[in-house]
Design a protein around this ligand. Structure first.
Ligand SMILES: N[C@@H](CCC(=O)N[C@@H](CS)C(=O)NCC(=O)O)C(=O)O
Length: 292
């Protein structure tokens, strides 16, 4: 290391610039190459059954059916709406470079919310049909809080904050290097989004405030908006289930049970209602393959 530093110090300015720029190019090419290698974007296959939603997702999770809240949201929606579907577990990114997407009769749709919108239109589904316009507005605002606020703290707790990281390392079977690489990507994404600029203490308080408002809003209701589940319950369940079941190693693994028991009960209720086969859809902490 010392000799590298000495060599560097002996260079003139233009050599140093070349050296630094060259290093940066090599680093970028490595990261992009590895990302491509890990998450191959694959063209849609054409031989899937007709009138069946093909749900592309990243594999089953250790304690909940997916590590990604968006996949759990979409799969819960498919179940709630009773739409025939088939999971394809793999590392295929959507056309937008994200996880969880669908194909339906050969048509690919990216983004969980756009998938739901597409299916609602195509199949005449409206799981919010019993909601008043004001309630629809509230549900939409809650969805945004879940996906554009709480989501980032869940990600930061898993990848960035001072947790033991074993959950993601084991769930995604990551080497230390790959963990480091994804951590860098998350760091940049959360910085660009803005929430990654807060300290861990500030982020933790923000997450608690969100959970408190969810707890206050749900109160003693069975589901988000009352006795019947609606579309946004899928989003809320997808996200809260990460905090309830898959927060291992963060130091806050029991936060719902201890501080927001009505949210824990809500998660259990959603699980019982829509995931009777839950045990077959999880890897039980990575100890076995999920059978469904
Ligand atoms: N708005 C998207 C969000 C999907 C999303 O952020 N997925 C994450 C996994 S939880 C992802 O693919 N991250 C990889 C990346 O951003 O490169 C949706 O609803 O599907």
């Amino acid at each position: 290391m010392e000799s590298i530093m000495n060599t560097f110090n002996d260079m003139d300015t233009s050599q140093k610039v070349l050296y630094v720029v060259g290093g940066a190019v090599v680093a970028i090419v490595t990261v992009v190459g590895l990302r491509k290698q890990c998450f191959k974007e694959t063209k849609a296959k054409k031989d899937y059954p007709r009138d069946t939603v093909i749900h592309h997702q990243i594999g089953r999770g250790p304690y909940a059916p997916s590590m990604t809240p968006f996949a759990l949201k979409l799969e819960t929606y498919l179940r709630m709406a009773k739409i025939p579907y088939q999971n394809v577990h793999g590392r295929q990114l959507s056309s937008k470079g994200k996880f969880t997407w669908i194909e339906y009769n050969g048509q690919a749709v990216a983004d969980s919310s756009l998938c739901i919108e597409f299916l609602n239109k195509k199949l005449g589904v409206d799981l919010n049909r019993n909601l008043s316009p004001a309630d629809r507005g509230v549900a939409q605002a809650i969805q945004a809080m879940m996906e554009d606020h709480i989501y980032w703290f869940v990600a930061l707790f898993r990848w960035q904050y001072d947790s033991d990281r074993s959950l993601v390392m084991n769930a995604f079977k990551l080497s230390k290097f790959l963990f480091w690489m994804f951590q860098r990507l998350l760091k940049k994404a959360s910085w660009d989004q803005g929430l990654g600029r807060h300290t861990e203490e500030e982020g933790t308080e923000m997450l608690k405030k969100d959970l408190q408002s969810m707890s206050d809003f749900i109160g003693t209701k069975k589901f988000l908006m009352g006795d019947e589940p609606c579309e946004t319950d899928c989003t809320v369940f997808g996200m809260l289930s990460q905090v309830y079941w898959q927060f291992t190693g963060t130091g806050y693994e029991n936060i719902l049970k201890d501080k927001y028991p009505n949210l824990a009960a809500y998660c259990e209720r959603m699980k019982e209602t829509f995931w009777p086969d839950w045990d077959q859809c999880i890897t039980h902490g990575g100890t076995r393959e999920a059978t469904k």
